[in-house]
Design a protein. Structure first.
Length: 534
């Protein structure tokens, strides 16, 4: 049993207290090698085999986050992996979350709660303490589940970050956990990625690597066999699977905005791989596009956009065409503009002003278009934003877009909660979560947008053109999404319905089924010491 003082202070448990949980860690030879997706698929695969399983990531750096059942904040990838396990997300699944608010600094979240901002040098020194929080959280999970699937961060080959590492091999060696190393063949040079990564590791770290996974392969695996034989001879490490590219796969992004066209059969252009010498298959993708007029939605791609997964349900919708507009892009006419969440609201508002968004939005409204502000976007729509405590920079205030009569004051304490209720105008059911550090007040709030079991939230303008809310995930629930799209101008049609929550489950199942077919499951079972591997 872990002592309470260990949990509170982040002190690592004594050796006698450590629980010998079975675990496997997924690390990548590069960033974006597919660690998050593979971990989610493995969670679902093992959960279907009756194993009580939970995800874990000691340290995550992302602006896509989720609110947990215990009222904390974790990375989006661990929330998706918890969904794959069939359990609710908990702060122990991602005890350290870094949310960048500048090029050199980030907000540091420990066990779901912010402890303030640190620059890179300060955090590097803090990692000696952070490892204890990570170990304590891991062992709490290990006491409740049979198996833990751990996701690394970035690559273990980043030798400049090796000292006090808690994200990859530093954690794997601390708990003596076997590692599967993933490489993305779609980038080319897959064998160099794998052998080069091993060459960057210390001997004790190389001993943790128990298998390779080659990800996103397109073509005939027989063309890879000679390379895999060479890799095995050179490293004495088996390749447990060659995982095929899955056309149209959609698993919520861990951090960066995915700029693929989510419609158009969910396909990208055909291509070749150096190792496989094969054309991409045009079959198996998801086709949701309808030959009908679509609702056009525009979202400015602000520099510190947060929780852009809010828009996945719209990007995948068959009757919606959503575009993220980058700096310098043409701002086309549209039906709906959505101002997204932000990790640095005041700086992102300055970016909007510098890129002529206020004039565009006012013209859009003048011609009858609709506007939604979510979280930081909500705050930007008001008349003033105040930062008396210097949360986002130097203390001070700035003008908002002045489209509605309210002001926001940023505060040190975050609001973190999962909520449900109804949209007041339509009585449609809505669910979501709040992650914000501001208090908003003003006469405009006399017209709230959402009823959260008696608590009024958000605001809707008197002319019915502007809606603001602090709720992330507001489009995920079918009824709320349908009502909001109809409010924005989409005509109700039966064939426009889209069950996003069911779709998310189907996509996780796709990955799990692929792993079941392509993994050498007997070798995996031996590595993680499953007693009944079948």
């Amino acid at each position: 049993m872990l002592r309470l003082e260990n949990i509170v202070t982040g002190q690592a448990p004594d050796a006698a207290e450590k629980l010998m949980a079975r675990a496997i860690m997924i690390q990548g030879a590069t960033s974006n090698a597919g660690k998050s997706v593979i971990a989610a698929g493995l969670c679902r695969l093992l959960a279907k085999k009756g194993i009580r399983i939970a995800p874990f990531k000691p340290q995550n750096m992302a602006l896509n986050s989720a609110v947990t059942v215990d009222g904390g904040e974790i990375g989006r990838s661990q929330a998706v992996q918890a969904l794959a396990c069939g359990i609710l997300p908990h702060t122990d699944m991602n005890p350290i979350l870094l949310k960048p608010n500048s090029d050199k600094g980030a907000q540091v979240i420990i066990n779901g709660q912010s402890i303030g901002n640190m620059n890179a040098v300060e955090y590097h020194a803090f990692k000696k303490t952070a490892i204890n929080h990570a170990l304590a959280a891991y062992h709490r999970l290990a006491g409740q589940y049979d198996m833990i699937v751990i996701e690394g961060a970035g690559s273990p080959a980043e030798i400049n970050l090796r000292e006090n590492d808690i994200a990859n091999m530093g954690f794997a060696t601390a708990i003596d956990c076997p590692v599967l190393l993933v490489a993305d063949i779609d980038r080319g040079g897959v064998f160099a990625h794998l052998t080069g990564t091993l060459d960057c590791l210390e001997q004790n770290e190389r001993e943790q690597v128990r298998g390779f996974l080659i990800n996103r392969f397109r073509g005939d695996r027989s063309l890879l066999e000679s390379g895999i034989d060479w890799l095995t001879r050179k490293t004495s490490i088996p390749t447990l699977g060659v995982l095929p590219f899955l056309p149209g796969l959609h698993i919520e992004a861990e951090d960066a905005v995915d700029h693929r066209n989510f419609h158009a059969n969910s396909e990208e252009a055909d291509g070749t791989t150096t190792e496989g010498l094969s054309l991409r298959s045009a079959s198996g993708g998801l086709s949701l596009r309808l030959a009908s007029e679509k609702l056009k939605v525009v979202v400015p791609r602000i520099p510190r956009i947060s929780n852009h997964t809010d828009f996945d349900a719209l990007r995948l919708h068959p009757a919606v065409e959503l575009e993220f507009v980058e700096q310098g892009d043409c701002k086309a006419a549209c039906d709906l503009v959505i101002l997204p969440g932000s990790k640095n609201t005041m700086n992102d508002l300055r970016w909007l002003v510098a890129n002529d968004w206020p004039a565009y939005i006012k013209r859009h409204l003048r011609y009858g278009g609709k506007l939604i502000g979510i979280c930081g976007g909500y705050q930007m729509i008001g008349s003033k934003i105040h930062d008396p405590h210097g949360i986002e920079g130097d203390p001070g205030s700035m003008d908002g877009l002045a489209l509605m009569d309210f002001e926001t004051t940023l505060q040190p304490a975050k609001q973190l909660k999962r909520v449900s209720g109804t949209l007041i105008e339509s009585n449609a059911e809505v669910t979501g979560y709040e992650i914000h550090a501001g208090f908003t007040e003003g006469t405009a709030l006399e017209r709230p947008a959402i009823d959260l079991a008696g608590e009024k939230e958000g605001v809707i303008s008197a002319d019915n053109q502007i809606l603001c809310t602090y709720l992330h995930g507001v489009f995920d629930h079918d009824s709320a999404r349908r009502a909001l799209l109809e409010w924005a101008g989409l005509k109700a049609r039966q064939d426009h319905q889209f069950d996003y929550r069911q779709f998310r489950q189907q996509q996780i199942n796709r990955v799990a089924e692929m792993l079941e077919q392509q993994l050498d499951y007997q070798q995996l079972a031996a590595i993680i010491e499953l007693k009944n591997p079948c």
